[in-house]
Design a protein around this ligand. Structure first.
Ligand SMILES: NC(=O)c1ccc[n+]([C@@H]2O[C@H](COP(=O)([O-])OP(=O)(O)OC[C@H]3O[C@@H](n4cnc5c(N)ncnc54)[C@H](O)[C@@H]3O)[C@@H](O)[C@H]2O)c1
Length: 473
């Protein structure tokens, strides 16, 4: 759905008028069209606190892009950045970051893992303060921290937790230019697993993801992947794929090389078949709440592909009423479609060993499951339950070398949100740091990141795709 406000606000006339009236002027966000396109272009300023441990993997990751690695000439760790970049085959441009310098940065990456006590948090101010106003539009900021459980002291653990407050506040300051800020905690020994999340956070794929905290822990060792087609030959099941976000997930998966299996209710068969045909995939028309649905789905995947690599539980419904007016059948229906059916399908696939090694389960939750929403007790129960399910399943699935994660979309431009009354819709759209609604593609990109065979260290995470909505924690 088009956002007329944004179109007017970004026109040459609208821009000055809207800013003089103090109204938000949302910028057009960069998005990934071609899977093989460079994940980051332009100047990326890299810095670190003294004693940090992730510069090597940062440099190695950036060496696979056309980005120009820069460092602050005056920084105490400038020589560490140069050393790491040279080892990765990249030259470093040393920049002075004084007011007179007009360099624009596409990305800022700060390795904060060396901060060992709260008195060293000053390193954040030293790195970011001189450059935060020098970000290009749709810029990317990434802060790297050490997982709290690996901290050597209470003061270090407190410092690492401080990074959350920093990134969430910074996201609110830079969002008006379409810039996003993420924090990635890395466990000791999981350094090699950082590449996939770092690429995602620096790329246009994370256009509508901001102020999120990702955790990277030890995952299954993976062989080299083709970053231009990360899902090549993977079989991906997407439920609710005949339209909306599900259709976009199937598109992005196919773009990334997957064989897509699109599923939707029999009533949506016509649209479903069209989507599957367009993407060179197959279709399963089944209601996921039917008693025999898990078996039907598992049988189809076994017969056609001998199993499945990625399962995306996207199908979902809302049936809104305040609790006092809500009939039991609406309560039951929403929880069964959005939550219980996912458990039953996973149980069948796991019992029959059809989800292959380095497999992925990705669930679609909602901001409503995090913040709650008026008239949505049933929906919020189901979507908060999805988060609980993901968190509870992460450890047992890790033993089988499978990961499970969730996305929690905020305001996404779909038929569902187009039906919201105008004023409520406008408020929903603007109440986030990027002052605009997200696109179905933004949700799909976050799911594709979880699905990547390289995201093996990302397990039990929940990413909000909400432009840093002002609602919720
Ligand atoms: N649109 C948003 O802003 C938003 C925000 C947060 C979360 N979500 C979630 O994202 C997911 C997709 O939402 P959407 O906006 O694309 O909605 P949508 O209504 O356009 O699509 C949902 C799809 O699920 C299918 N479906 C419903 N019940 C089913 C069943 N029993 N069996 C099989 N398929 C079934 C529908 O036929 C439909 O194709 C949902 O889980 C929704 O709760 C959406």
């Amino acid at each position: 759905m088009s956002d007329r406000y944004q179109k007017i606000a970004t026109s040459p006339f609208g821009k000055s008028l809207f800013s003089s009236l103090g109204l938000p002027t949302p910028v057009e966000l960069d998005r990934q069209d071609d899977a093989a396109a460079d994940f980051v272009k332009g100047k990326v300023l890299v810095g670190a606190a003294v004693g940090s441990s992730l510069l090597d993997v940062v440099a190695k990751t950036l060496s696979d892009s056309s980005a120009e690695i820069c460092c602050q000439a005056s920084a105490a760790t400038a020589s560490d950045v140069v050393k790491a970049a040279e080892a990765a085959g990249k030259k470093v441009t040393q920049v002075s970051t004084g007011r007179e310098d007009v360099t624009k940065f596409k990305g800022l990456v700060f390795d904060a893992t060396g901060i060992s006590s709260t008195s060293e948090l000053r390193a954040l101010h030293e790195f970011f303060s001189p450059v935060v106003r020098k970000m290009a539009n749709s810029g990317r900021i990434v802060v790297l921290g050490l997982a709290m459980e690996d901290c050597a002291s209470v003061s270090q653990a407190a410092s690492m937790r401080s990074l959350e407050g920093f990134t969430r506040s910074l996201g609110k300051e830079v969002g008006k230019k379409g810039t996003t800020v993420q924090l990635i905690y890395v466990s000791k020994g999981a350094e090699a697993q950082l590449e996939s999340p770092l690429r995602f956070c620096l790329s246009p794929r994370s256009a509508y993801v901001s102020a999120q905290v990702l955790k990277v822990s030890n995952g299954t060792e993976t062989t080299a992947i083709d970053w231009g087609r990360p899902l090549a030959d993977k079989v991906v099941l997407v439920t609710g794929a005949s339209r909306g976000i599900g259709e976009s997930i199937a598109e992005v998966m196919a773009r990334d090389g997957a064989k897509v299996v699109c599923l939707d209710v029999p009533q949506a068969k016509e649209g479903l078949d069209k989507v599957a045909a367009r993407l060179g995939g197959t279709a399963i028309a089944v209601d996921i709440t039917a008693a025999d649905a898990p078996k039907t789905i598992a049988d189809a995947l076994e017969k056609d592909f001998g199993g499945v690599d990625v399962v995306v539980h996207n199908a979902g419904v809302t049936r809104d009423k305040t609790l006092g007016n809500m009939k039991a059948d609406w309560w039951d229906m929403v929880i069964d479609i959005n939550l219980s059916s996912e458990e039953r399908i996973n149980d069948e696939l796991l019992e029959r060993n059809l989800l292959r090694e380095n497999g992925r389960i990705i669930c679609v939750s909602s901001m409503s499951g995090i913040a709650g929403n008026f008239g949505q007790t049933n929906y919020a129960v189901s979507k908060a339950g999805v988060i609980g399910y993901v968190q509870a399943m992460a450890a047992p699935l890790a033993e089988k070398k499978i990961t499970i994660n969730a996305v929690a979309p905020g305001f996404i431009e779909t038929q569902m949100t187009a039906a919201i009354p105008l004023m409520t819709r406008e408020v929903g759209r603007r109440m986030n740091s990027l002052s605009q609604g997200g696109q179905p593609q933004d949700v799909a990109e976050a799911i594709a990141f979880f699905a990547s065979p390289a995201s093996t260290g990302v397990n039990g995470n929940v990413i909000r795709v909400c432009g840093q909505s002002l609602l919720g924690a």
